[in-house]
Design a protein around this ligand. Sequence first.
Ligand code: FCB
Length: 477
Amino acid sequence: MSNPASPPAVGVVDDRPPLTFPPGFLWGAATAAYQIEGAAAEGGRTPSIWDTFSHTPGRVVEGHTGDVACDHYHRLGSDVALMAELGLKSYRFSVSWPRVQPGGTGPANAEGLDFYRRLVDELLGHGIEPWLTLYHWDLPQPLEDVGGWPARDTAARFADYATLVADALGDRVRYWTTLNEPWCSAFLGYGSGVHAPGRSDGADAVRAGHHLMLGHGLAVQALRAARPTAEVGVTVNLYPVTPASEAPADVDAARRIDGLANRFFLDPLLRGSYPADLMADLAKVTDFGHVRDGDLATISTPLDVVGVNYYSRHVVAAPDPDAEPEPYWRAPSCWPGSEDVRFVTRGVPVTDMNWEIDAPGLVETLRRVHEEYTDLPLYVTENGSAFVDEVVDGQVDDADRLAYFDAHLRAAHEAIEAGVPLRGYFAWSLMDNFEWAWGYTKRFGMVHVDYDSQVRIPKSSARWYAEVIRRNGLAAQ
Ligand code: FCB
């Protein structure tokens, strides 16, 4: 894991990294369809819930939409050339459901599939491994109109869509992720409503979470039927949840939020059951009557890999018994049944999202998944940070983003040394893009995008990452 034992030959520059990753470690970067493609009404694509949501006044900051985004749909060739220049070994992208199956039912749209065929061929031509995510939040609007994810039938529709994509791309794509971050789809989409489709009902959020996982299980089976050699996984966003103090009430608040944020998904997916304490916490929200016999067996269909997205930690405290009910108490929450748990800030450095920077949390998270849930190979399918960038003389020196990546890669290495079978890491994101409810106001990219000219400028972090990939590790601090 560390330096080779023998010294370099005399006269040879020793640039051996002090932290080397295992051979074949998959270095990548990630994006998602709605965040970069644009071409919202081209090539037969029809609206998704994010088109509807972003075009609804007041939903997205400054009224931004993904209509044009990074115009990646028209710039596929030069964008892949840029990835090759950075030396990426893999590129994680998502397929837009309404682009390849307009409306979410019925036959495939050949023009939509052709776009992804060209993308995949271009990647393979540059020696970049395509990593395909089927669902990164862009549900076809007609499926939302008949109930969306709280409706059971959406799970079956998702499996049909998976088959359609596997039939078209299965011969050239090895790695498949069913869902990206079902917590966000369920609890931000149907709980707090800050994401599309913008509904706020705790019971619906819980149903959505279940049907997303059911759709995942059915899609895994569909993918395996279509392509027995596919490597199939799911991506969950996980947070260590720490109590603000050792007081039993704070510890209990942490247990509740950990249940909703992490175990709601990890337990059904990897153990085939919902945690009893989580079900008790949710008793006043739902009776779980939507769970049918056999669902949990489908949901826990064996996987080949598990993807983990990691950004930050939650620190929480018990509800304040003396607090007057503030408006936020009544506001829709993404924590049904635990709305009054307080999220505490510790005063540690934060990113432009106001998310605390906590690299040790990545070690904790990866170890937990491995030690408590599974021996499967793990991949960090997203990790990154938003900071305010400045273009100076055509350059972007994003020292803070670079430091974030550096710290988290050191954490990833520490996890490997602790025995975690971590096989790859995908930076979020390849380029600045449409950051959901924040529109274009938050920049996560290693590559800067000027949204007027669509000019791409690799930031310092991109140049640094290219060097990390070249070395298969990190240089001295
Ligand atoms: C994750 C999403 C991704 C991006 C990052 C910042 O939750 O999967 O699309 O928005 O956060």
